[in-house]
Design a protein around this ligand. Structure first.
Ligand SMILES: [Zn+2]
Ligand SMILES: [Zn+2]
Length: 77
C-alpha cells in the first residue's frame, strides 16, 4: 500500500500515488532539490525558516529551494 504523506490517502500502486501527488491539494510546497512535495507545516517550525523535511535533502529557504506549487504553475505558464 502506498500512502500519500500529505493527506494520508492510500493507493494500490506507486503510479497511482505519483499521479495523485500532482494534484494533491495538501502538498503545497515543492522542493526543487529532491523534487518532493509536502505540506507547508512540515517544512517550517516557525513560519519563517523553511527547509525540506527529507532528512537526506538539504534544500531550504522559501523561494530559494522550496516553492509553493501554485507559484511554480503560474511561473511556467
Ligand atoms: Zn495526497
Ligand atoms: Zn528536498
Amino acid at each position: 500500500m502506498h500512502t500519500c504523506r500529505n493527506c494520508n490517502q492510500s493507493f494500490r500502486t506507486e503510479l497511482a500515488l505519483e499521479l495523485h501527488r500532482d494534484t494533491c491539494k495538501k502538498g503545497q510546497l515543492f522542493c526543487q532539490e529532491c523534487g518532493d512535495r509536502f505540506r507547508e507545516g512540515d517544512a517550517t517550525q516557525d513560519g519563517w525558516h523553511y527547509e525540506c523535511p527529507n532528512e537526506d535533502c538539504d534544500g531550504e529557504g522559501l523561494q530559494d529551494d522550496l516553492y509553493h506549487v501554485d507559484d511554480v504553475r503560474t511561473a511556467t505558464h
